[in-house]
Design a protein around this ligand. Structure first.
Ligand code: NAP
Length: 314
């Protein structure tokens, strides 16, 4: 049996499209990956999602959206989509844990994953001092020294959050200017547990096997190498869209973001829609993801109605 629609991914984009499609009686199946709820579940408080004047925990916001989708009849299954076949409709998904599933339409809302620096010693020490998730791992560094790498809003947010645990948080950024918004920069600058190493390019993670020694960096002013001692290293340098499983069947840009027809969520394949961070290199906010999830649901509904219309008049 082919589903009317399958939604891949359960961040704010996927869950919003699930709420809309379920409410429109389209009985969506939502495939939840191994990190249900997406990136918001690895953040702390969300202060800028409209409707929550006192803020809301990211995990709570996502759990509320999930309940809302379930209330209207969305079904959730856990699995990881390994490959797709979009050559004929109904489209086929090969899902680890669930086997082959078919649907008349697909909404891709698989989000983006944290980027790594790609320097020696980094991958070997993931879970042994190197992390991309302060909320998940900050607790392990109580009373210890931490380095946060990055100059964007995420780096500022993570650095401030980690001062709850660490004795010192050192912010390492490759340029003098920060990319972060002024309000986030100000918060970090006002926190006296945060020390700054700007103009430093990370070169290597130094570790003993028992833990981290430090981060080797190049001082871009003097050209000299320095070892910045630390117990923990949090890499917060942005994200890569999760589009590898599409095997090139959906058009993407050079960085892997899905290309949608401007002003819509339509991809190059009729009946395949994309929403959220997987197609957004510019805004990447929970609220914009949710907004595009709503657009995908409406685009998808229109597509399914056109199929029903064709069937009646065939
Ligand atoms: P981002 O804005 O893309 O910043 C990434 C940072 O990492 C940049 O400073 C970049 O340096 C640095 N970087 C990238 N590759 C690097 C490398 N190989 N080595 C060293 N440094 C590297 O990413 P983000 O901070 O994750 O933010 C993403 C989006 O989410 C933004 O739109 C942001 O506003 C939003 N966000 C908002 C909030 C909030 O408002 N509460 C919180 C988090 C994120 P350069 O500057 O030199 O390129």
């Amino acid at each position: 049996m082919a589903y009317k629609t399958i939604i891949i991914g359960t961040g704010p984009a996927g869950l919003t499209s699930a709420i809309y499609l379920a409410r429109a009686n389209m009985e969506p199946l939502v495939i939840e990956g191994w990190q249900p709820g997406g990136q918001l579940t690895t953040t702390t408080e969300v202060e800028n999602f409209p409707g929550f004047p006192d803020g809301i925990l990211g995990s709570e916001l996502m759990s509320n959206m999930r309940k809302q989708a379930q209330r209207f009849g969305a079904t959730f299954k856990t699995g990881s989509v390994k490959s797709v076949d979009f050559s004929n409709r109904p489209y086929t998904l090969d899902v680890e844990g669930l086997g082959q599933l078919q649907a008349e339409s697909i909404i891709i809302s698989t989000g983006a994953s944290a980027k790594y620096l790609g320097i020696p010693g980094e991958q070997d020490n993931i879970g042994r001092g190197v992390s991309t998730c302060a909320t998940c791992d900050g607790f392990f560094f109580r009373g210890k020294k931490i380095i946060v790498v990055g100059g964007g809003d995420s780096a500022m947010e993570e650095a401030v959050f980690l001062t709850r645990f660490a004795s010192e948080v050192r912010l390492v950024h490759r340029r003098e200017e920060l990319r972060a918004s002024k309000i986030m920069q100000d918060r970090a600058r006002q926190n006296d547990k945060i020390v700054w190493s700007l103009n430093r390019t990370p070169l290597e993670v130094a570790a003993t096997g028992m833990g981290l020694q430090g981060l080797k960096v190049r001082n871009n002013e003097t050209g000299e190498e320095e070892l910045l001692e630390t117990d923990g290293l949090f890499v917060t340098i942005g994200h890569t869209p999760n589009t590898g499983f599409l095997g090139g069947q959906v058009d993407t840009d050079e960085q892997g973001y899905i290309v949608v027809k401007p002003g819509t969520t339509e991809t190059n394949i009729p009946g395949v829609f994309a929403c959220g961070d997987v197609q957004d290199r510019q805004y990447r906010q929970a609220i914009t993801a949710a907004g595009s999830g709503c657009m995908a649901a409406l685009d998808c509904e229109r597509f399914l109605e056109s199929l029903a219309h064709e069937a009646v008049h065939a």
